[in-house]
Design a protein around this ligand. Structure first.
Ligand SMILES: [Zn+2]
Length: 352
């Protein structure tokens, strides 16, 4: 269990990228907090806020030196030349108002949990059991714990099967994830990890697998084993054929492989997707087009909201606002994406 590092959405690349952005201005940060960061982002506050489930949060804590403010949904990725020092993510550096600011040293978890309370969010929080336990202790009613057999981002390092079994049978973990085989250049159907999926099927635990997104166009710089091709949703077919009762959350909705994603959703009605990460880290028009395509193809009851919450506590409110402001979704579809679909997938009970 020791050493099971947090698995996060290409965070190392993001952190590097953030170092290159302007420094955090703490006075601005405090001012934004004081006025309610997400009030500025168009969120409601108060006890009558309808519930939201965020199916994709990471059990980070601590401080993140060098990380600066961030503008989500930047409009392009810049070309680079291998002859020069390449930036790790390739995001263009555009201005926005308001920017999202990282938490003050040591206050990340507290800030995110305060946001969850304010926005009435229940979150599936992934990480090594010890890190997740901190979040469970801090917010027992609103954290659904998840853990996986990856050891952080170390390729090929696995948690022993018995240890993982205990996490789910004795220690109350509810989801197996984030499973990041794509970062190792491995297919989710690779036989070397089949025992873990067999365990999930046996225990009737849903699995959450990173499929698709790979940061922002510089996989070769920070994650040399990452393969875009290993995020193809159709690679799940072999796994699902071997484990027909397995409930699968395709994290990041297999972005950008929409046709193969739809093919998988058509063939397997207990496969769901989350829109985490992609919802704030790709150009907004493209994000909306991708979500709209999933819904227009008839899968409005299998799209789940997620943030991939990391580094910037305001990311959750910002990401919720993307769904709330989507003019192509009906109020019912927004409720389904923000709450009902995840409640069904996680078997939490009644619709809201
Ligand atoms: Zn991921």
């Amino acid at each position: 269990m020791k050493g099971r590092g947090p698995f996060i959405y290409d965070c190392s690349a993001l952190k590097e990228e953030m170092k290159m952005r302007s420094d955090v201005a703490w006075m601005v940060y405090v001012a934004v907090l004081a006025m309610g960061a997400s009030a500025a982002l168009g969120q409601n506050t108060g006890t009558d806020v309808p519930p939201v489930i965020d199916v994709h949060v990471h059990a980070m804590d601590g401080s993140f030196p060098g990380v600066g403010p961030m503008c989500p949904n930047e409009s392009k990725f810049l070309a680079s030349d291998p002859k020069t020092q390449e930036s790790p993510s390739g995001w263009s550096q555009e201005e926005c108002t308001p920017k999202l600011y990282p938490a003050k040293d040591g206050e990340y978890m507290k800030d995110v949990i305060a946001e969850m309370e304010r926005l009435n969010v229940t979150a599936v929080v992934f990480g090594d059991p010890k890190s997740v336990q901190k979040w469970r202790d801090a917010a027992p009613k609103s954290v659904i714990p998840g853990t996986s057999f990856n050891d952080g981002l170390k390729p090929g390092v696995r948690v022993p099967l018995d240890e993982l079994r205990k996490d789910f049978t004795t220690d109350g973990f509810k989801v197996m994830g984030e499973i990041g085989l794509q970062y190792e250049g491995l297919s989710p159907s690779d036989p070397s990890v089949d025992q873990y999926f067999a365990l999930a099927e046996e225990l009737d635990i849903p699995v959450a697998i990173h499929m698709g997104t790979g940061g922002s166009g510089r996989a070769n710089v920070t994650m040399p084993k990452f393969r875009g091709s290993m995020g193809d949703p159709l690679l799940l077919e072999g796994l699902l054929a071997r484990h027909p009762k397995l409930r699968v959350q395709v994290m990041h909705a297999g972005y950008p492989m929409i046709d193969n994603m739809l093919t998988l959703l058509q063939a397997n009605s207990h496969v769901y997707v989350d829109v985490a990460g992609l919802i704030w880290s790709y150009p907004l028009k493209e994000v909306n087009r991708y979500i709209e395509r999933l819904v227009d193809a008839g899968f409005e009851d299998r799209v789940m909201f997620g943030t991939d919450q990391l580094l910037w506590p305001g990311l959750m409110a910002y990401s919720i606002s993307i769904i709330q402001n989507a003019d192509y979704l009906t109020p019912e579809q927004k409720r389904d994406i923000l709450y009902n679909n995840a409640a069904r997938f996680l078997r939490l009970g009644t619709a809201k």
